[in-house]
Design a protein around this ligand. Structure first.
Ligand code: TEU
Ligand code: CA
Length: 540
């Protein structure tokens, strides 16, 4: 594959291994399970798989707490299984993108076990420590998972920093030894033939905790450039950073076309639009479509020619988009297809999260059936602070990360074909109607719609490289835009809601246009869109 822009032209599929396919009956997905589903992924047409972490981990944060970066956790399989997966995926023109968690390790990593032994241990400064007095943390920095970001270690008389769980101590990127260990580890994975890396919360590695700076620290891009030069630039990789604080300006550094940092980043500005101003993910407000149009269009136009977008609605941390911003009841199929059309018509590399192609939905479980540390900590914190349990549960139903982590729904057999054991988390009860087998057998399913969108991207360069222009910016129901590449134009029309809307189709899309895809069987009227109706036209 000599095409240096291959990562701009493919669609990536994210697998959350724990919930994808179990092969040995322990109720937990594993690498052999993924191997058994490679032909399903090949048929879908994707070009790379982003694997959430499978390295050795005590699983405090489901693998985002790594205790050995160069070995596979036995619950997922072995290094040989990983090497076989890389090889078998490669035979199907699918690259494997590893999830690198470099901001923190597990507290069970040998480095941290050494570091906490004494202040003069050679590994002590692999982490972030501050002298202190018990009960008086260095400052009020908080952990994303609740409580203080500082944990007291009595035998040292010091606190260590953990921006996530207590079992996820932050690595000290100011220490060149830490950086070199990381570069050596990445090179080791590159030598095994991985096709790229997803970099967990990479915008935090420049943190200055004494100044209470966490994201976008002053040395961040210096570290990014060194990391890229010492590793990624020595290969032909897709590299994507998770950067919650990215702006179009910083994205032009992260994904500079000169390759000095990464291929692209996940920015989350659109994802935060249904949060109450300054309150965070659990305090909800309805999405304002005009805001969504403004934000997504800004990212389309401001990166043009200077950086590259990722395109996503879902991942393992986010609720299912058809429940969040679609209609997972009467119009589940139409709205899931509309959301897919809206995203896959844009410029950038699209990411499909496992089950998104089936229109999998959120769940509403009793609290004891949830597993995610983030939402369980939230529940405890808010109920203890007097929030009505019903209100807390509504936040969890809407935004809890376990919405994305219920097992992949393969068929209507017990546990949706995910496991013949007891699943680590309940399967969504709607698996009898929503599953891959049913979708593959239904030519009008969301699955076949995704397959067509992925194929259209391969067939029409305008979808990959065309310039974006938003239409009807003030329309509060219609999200429509064009893409232009030379004489070729694409028109994407999406009715974002469940009422019928009328509009005037742009004159230039008069007669000789071609309908590429639609989520209704017919075109009732060119200047009308039925509930959640989406259409993509080509003009050459
Ligand atoms: O996520 C970073 C992060 O801040 C979000 O997960 C956060 O939990 C937010 O509430 C999501 O809605 C990354 C990984 O994707 C996540 O799974 C890990 O838990 C986290 O980092 C720590 O490694
Ligand atoms: Ca298993």
């Amino acid at each position: 594959m000599g095409n240096k822009n291959w990562w701009k032209e493919i669609v990536v599929y994210q697998i959350y291994p724990r919930s994808f396919q179990d092969s040995n009956g322990d109720g937990i997905g594993d690498l052999k399970g993924i191997l058994s589903r490679l032909d399903y992924l090949k048929d879908l047409g994707i070009g790379a798989i982003w694997l959430s972490p499978v390295c050795k981990s005590p699983q405090d944060d489901n693998g985002y707490d790594i205790s050995d970066y160069q070995d596979i956790d036995p619950m997922f399989g072995s290094l040989e299984d990983m090497e076989l997966l890389i090889q078998e995926a490669g035979k199907r023109d699918i690259r494997i993108i590893m999830d690198l968690v470099l901001n923190h390790s597990s507290d069970e990593h040998p480095w941290f076990k050494e570091a906490r032994k004494s202040k003069d241990n050679p590994y002590h400064d692999y982490y972030v420590w501050r002298d202190g007095v018990e009960g008086t943390p260095p400052n009020d920095l908080g952990s994303t998972f609740g409580g203080s970001a500082w944990e007291w270690v009595p035998e040292l008389g010091q606190y260590y920093l953990h921006l996530f769980s207590v079992k996820q101590p932050d690595l000290n990127w100011e220490n060149p030894k830490v950086r070199q260990e990381i570069y050596d580890m990445i090179q080791w994975w590159m030598d095994k033939g991985v096709g790229g890396f997803r970099l967990d919360v990479i915008d935090l590695i420049g943190k200055q905790p004494d100044l209470k700076i966490t994201g976008n620290g002053p040395n961040l891009h210096q570290y990014m450039r060194e990391l890229s030069k010492e590793t990624f630039q020595k290969g032909d990789l897709l590299t994507v950073g998770e950067t919650w604080g990215a702006t179009p300006e910083s994205a032009k550094l992260y994904s500079n076309p000169d390759g000095s940092e990464l291929s692209m980043v996940f920015q989350f500005e659109h994802i935060s639009l249904d949060e109450q101003e300054g309150k965070g993910k659990w305090d909800l407000q309805p999405l304002d479509l005009l805001q969504l149009k403004k934000v997504l269009s800004k990212w389309q136009t401001e990166l043009k020619g200077e950086a590259w977008n990722s395109l996503f609605w879902n991942n393992h941390d986010l609720p299912r988009i058809v429940s969040r911003w679609g209609n997972d009841g009467e119009y589940r199929v139409q709205s899931a297809k509309m959301l897919a059309t809206l995203l896959h018509g844009m410029q950038g590399t699209p990411y499909v999260y496992q089950g998104e192609e089936l229109g999998m939905t959120n769940v509403r479980y009793p609290i004891e059936e949830y597993r995610d540390i983030e939402l369980l900590n939230l529940y405890k914190e808010r109920v203890e602070n007097g929030y009505a349990e019903k209100e807390v549960m509504e936040s969890i139903y809407a935004k809890g990360r376990d919405n994305a982590r219920t097992p992949m729904q393969w068929d209507a057999s017990e546990n949706a074909g995910f496991t013949d054991g007891k699943p680590w988390i309940l399967v969504n009860p709607n698996y009898t109607e929503i599953n891959a087998e049913e979708s593959i057998n239904d030519p009008h399913s969301i699955y076949h719609y995704y397959k067509t969108l992925i194929q259209l991207r391969k067939e029409h360069e305008v979808i990959i490289y065309g310039d974006y222009e938003l239409l009807y910016p003030e329309d509060t129901n219609l999200f429509a835009y064009t893409r232009t590449l030379g004489d070729t134009k694409l028109l994407v029309l999406c009715n974002f809601y469940g009422n019928t809307v009328t509009f005037d189709i742009p004159e230039e899309f008069g007669e000789d246009k071609t309908l590429l895809i639609s989520n209704y069987a017919d075109v009732h009227s060119e200047n009308e869109l039925r509930p959640y109706e989406a259409r993509m036209y080509l003009l050459v």
